[in-house]
Design a protein around this ligand. Structure first.
Ligand code: S3P
Length: 169
């Protein structure tokens, strides 16, 4: 159980915090979106457009299944919707310490403004969509994680130190 798994909404800082955390611990950094893009030789945006969200969710579950038993001293950053697929909570928890990076709607909207890479944020009423997704997902993030860490108005090093403390590493 020496791996650290970061979950949370788009824009919560999973990738940025994850990279720096891995560097500090001299761990490998891994990101489920990057794994999927590499294995499918296609961008998340194109996968959504060509095959739909349901197909993408299956790729996410396959990715975390494949990692089981093949991952050590790794910080794994996960796509924001990955814990929402039924059964993935259990698959994530067996990979290592699961940390939910929490951020308020206000912080998330600021960080996600002008984003064009995330298919779920495109088009009109992005703010309303973020609100609805957050309502739906927050209880699942909380239930899935071993620990929750707030990221609002905090420096990366504070967040990283808290995670290291919580995981007893
Ligand atoms: C998604 C989050 C994205 C990516 C995809 C879907 C989601 O990852 O997996 O666009 O459903 O919240 P990030 O959380 O890294 O942005």
């Amino acid at each position: 159980m020496n791996n650290i798994i970061l979950i949370g909404f788009m824009g919560s800082g999973k990738t940025s915090v994850g990279r720096q955390l891995a560097k500090k611990l001299q761990y490998t950094f891994c990101d489920t979106d990057e794994l999927i893009e590499k294995e499918n030789k296609n961008s998340i945006r194109n996968i959504f457009a060509a095959y739909g969200e349901e197909y993408f969710r299956k790729l996410e579950t396959a990715a975390i299944n494949e990692l089981y038993g093949n991952m050590t001293r790794t910080v794994l950053s996960t796509g924001g919707g990955l814990p929402i697929t039924e059964g993935n909570d259990r698959l994530l928890r067996r990979l290592g310490h699961v940390i939910y990076l929490k951020a308020s709607q206000e912080t998330l909207m600021k960080r996600l403004q002008g984003d064009t890479s995330r298919p779920l944020l495109g088009g009109e009423k992005a703010e309303e969509r973020v609100y609805n997704l957050l309502q739906q997902r927050t209880p699942i993030y909380e239930k899935t994680a071993h620990y929750s860490v707030t990221t609002d108005h905090r420096k990366f090093y504070e967040i990283i130190d808290e995670i290291i403390d919580l995981c007893n590493i």
